[in-house]
Design a protein. Structure first.
Length: 292
C-alpha cells in the first residue's frame, strides 16, 4: 500500500463526489480490487468543543480520556474520501454499515494528538451483495494503541442467490442474559444532534423527507450513535476489544431498550405487532495479542 499524508479532508466534498459517482458503480465488476492508498493524518488536534458535544449526545463522561468510539469519528472523513474516490469499486450511496470491531490497548487523551491511518482492507462476498472492510488505526509515538474495522455492505443481485460471506468476523450473535436494562426515549432531532457533533450528516439521519428518498419511513439513528450510547452505558476496561453488529435501523423518534450482561449487550424494541426486534448486538472481551 502507498501512504499519503493528508490534512483534514472535508466531508461535504466527499459526499458530493459520492453522489456524482455512485450511479456509475451500481454493479460490482468481477475481479474488482480496492485502492492501495492509505490516508495518514499526523498529530490529530482534538477540538474541545466538538468533543464535548459528542460526549453529551452519546452519554459519555466528560473531562477524561477520549470516548472509545471517538477515533472512529476523527477518521471518518478520511474513510469517506477513500470510499468516494473513482477507484473505489462500490457506490457510497446506499452502503449499509453492518458491523464494527474496536480494539483499544490504552486510553487516548485529547493531548495525545494521535496519528490516524485509514485504508480499505478487503472486499468479500455476502449473500446480499459485497462487503468492504475499512480500517482506522490510531498511533501515539509510533505505537498502535487503537484500531477499528468497519464493515459496509453494498447491496446488489448475487448470481444464483446463494452466495454468503466467506467468513463472519464481526460481532457473532451472542445471547444476552440481562443484568442491566434501561429504556431510552430517542427524539426526532437525535440524528441532527449527532450529525453536528460527529460531522456525519447523511440525509437518512436528518429529516423524514430526506430519509424517505432512500426508502425509510422516517429518519433513522446513526448506527455509530447507538454503538457509542451502549458503550457509554457499559463497563468497558481500558484494554478492550469490542465487536458490534448492526442488525436493523432505529427509527426516530422511537423508544428502545438497552440490555446488558455477561460481557454482551443489545438494543431492541417492540413493534406494533408485539414482536421483538433486535437493532444491535455486541460483546466486550479482552483483546488478542497485538500484531507485530
Amino acid at each position: 500500500m502507498s501512504d499519503r499524508r493528508t490534512h483534514s479532508p472535508g466531508l461535504l466534498p466527499s459526499m458530493v463526489r459520492g453522489a456524482v459517482t455512485s450511479p456509475f458503480k451500481r454493479a460490482v465488476p468481477a475481479g474488482a480490487t480496492l485502492p492501495a492508498t492509505r490516508l495518514v493524518r499526523d498529530r490529530m488536534r482534538i477540538d474541545p468543543g466538538r468533543l464535548a458535544s459528542y460526549a453529551r449526545v452519546c452519554g459519555f463522561e466528560q473531562g477524561g480520556p477520549l470516548p472509545l468510539t471517538y477515533p472512529h469519528v476523527l477518521g471518518f472523513p478520511s474513510a469517506m474520501r477513500l470510499m468516494t474516490a473513482r477507484a473505489f469499486p462500490l457506490p457510497v450511496l446506499g452502503l449499509v454499515h453492518t458491523g464494527i470491531e474496536i480494539t483499544r490497548r490504552r486510553a487516548l487523551h485529547p493531548s495525545d494528538a494521535p496519528e490516524l491511518t485509514v485504508y480499505a482492507d478487503r472486499l468479500r462476498p455476502h449473500r446480499r451483495g459485497t462487503e468492504v472492510v475499512m480500517v482506522t488505526e490510531g498511533r501515539v509515538a509510533g505505537e498502535l494503541v487503537w484500531e477499528s474495522r468497519s464493515t459496509y455492505l453494498a447491496r446488489h443481485p448475487v448470481p444464483g442467490g446463494a452466495a454468503d460471506r466467506t467468513h463472519h468476523d464481526v460481532a457473532p450473535v451472542i445471547p444476552v442474559t440481562p443484568a442491566t436494562t434501561a429504556t431510552w426515549e430517542l427524539p426526532a432531532g437525535l440524528g441532527r444532534r449527532y450529525g453536528a457533533a460527529s460531522g456525519d450528516r447523511n440525509p437518512i439521519h436528518l429529516h423524514p423527507l430526506t430519509a424517505k428518498l432512500f426508502g425509510f419511513p422516517r429518519a433513522i439513528a446513526h448506527g455509530m450513535w447507538t454503538a457509542a450510547r451502549c458503550l457509554a452505558a457499559a463497563e468497558v476496561p481500558e484494554d478492550v476489544h469490542v465487536r458490534i453488529e448492526f442488525r436493523a435501523p432505529v427509527l426516530l423518534p422511537g423508544t428502545v431498550t438497552y440490555a446488558a450482561g455477561a460481557g454482551a449487550f443489545q438494543v431492541l424494541s417492540q413493534g406494533s405487532d408485539g414482536a421483538e426486534r433486535i437493532h444491535l448486538k455486541g460483546a466486550v472481551t479482552a483483546p488478542s495479542a497485538p500484531r507485530s
